[in-house]
Ligand binder design. Structure first.
Ligand code: DC
Length: 229
């Protein structure tokens, strides 16, 4: 086990900053990056393309198993191809996010995506972003982080993100969506969103992105996983 590439798991609710923080840490360390939420989003998108209902578990598990996806890391931009078509932006819509959360509650879909996620573990290391990275997928990770932020702060962050993309959304509707998705992710019977027993919890409500990155770099250095300079 100790010869396996190290993994930093970053779990937590949507909007806590996992995606941005994981990308920045992976860039700083030169490690690989797994955006596991993208796999659930892609499964939901593929289901839509193939007219599969979101409660047809056997058909959804087959879609997850056979998912034809390519992650491209091009200069400064990561692109995702689903069945040869660019899905980078399409998977980020609220509609696909909501469908992904439903698909992610199905045990056989989660099972079908397990190996694909574990295959990302390659030298020199992996930053794995998701909900169950530390509790299910990489239980032996040498550093597990659980990032949180208040639901209100996460709604604000989402509103800013949407504004930058030219989309107007009310804070109250975003807050409601975030709370509904949190409830679904935390209450599902399989791989619910909970911190691993050995995870370090970090509340980012009043922290800036560089402050969070610095804190994680310190923790990695303390575990001998990276230098903190
Ligand atoms: O992080 P995200 O918003 O892209 O994730 C989309 C959905 O997928 C979210 O509702 C929770 C689910 N998900 C999951 O169940 N397990 C993961 N490891 C990652 C995401």
């Amino acid at each position: 086990m100790s010869e396996r590439a190290p993994v930093l798991t970053v779990d937590g609710p949507g909007g806590a900053g996992k995606g941005t923080i994981s990308r920045l840490i992976a860039e700083r360390l030169g490690w690989h990056l797994l955006d596991s939420g993208a796999l659930y989003r892609l499964t939901a998108l593929a289901a839509g393309k193939h007219d599969v209902a979101l409660d047809d578990e056997p058909a959804l598990a087959a879609i997850a198993e056979a998912l034809d996806v390519v992650f491209l890391a091009e200069e400064g931009e990561a692109r995702i191809l689903l069945e040869g078509e660019d899905a980078t932006r399409t998977i980020r819509t609220e509609q696909v996010g909501d469908a992904a959360s439903r698909v992610a509650s199905l045990p056989t879909v989660r099972e079908a995506l397990l190996k694909r996620q574990r295959d990302f573990r390659q030298a020199p290391g992996l930053v794995a972003d998701g909900r169950d990275m530390g509790t299910v997928v990489f239980t032996d990770a040498p550093l597990k982080i659980f990032l949180t932020a208040s639901a209100e702060e996460r709604a604000h962050r989402r509103q800013r993100q949407l504004r930058e993309a030219g989309v107007d959304a009310s804070l109250s509707s975003l807050l409601k969506e975030i709370q509904a998705r949190d409830a679904r992710d935390m209450q599902r019977s399989v791989a619910p969103l909970v911190p691993a027993d050995d995870a370090i919890e970090l509340d980012t409500t009043s922290l800036t992105i560089p402050e969070v990155v610095d804190r994680l770099t310190e923790l990695l250095a303390q575990r001998g996983l990276a230098s903190d300079t």
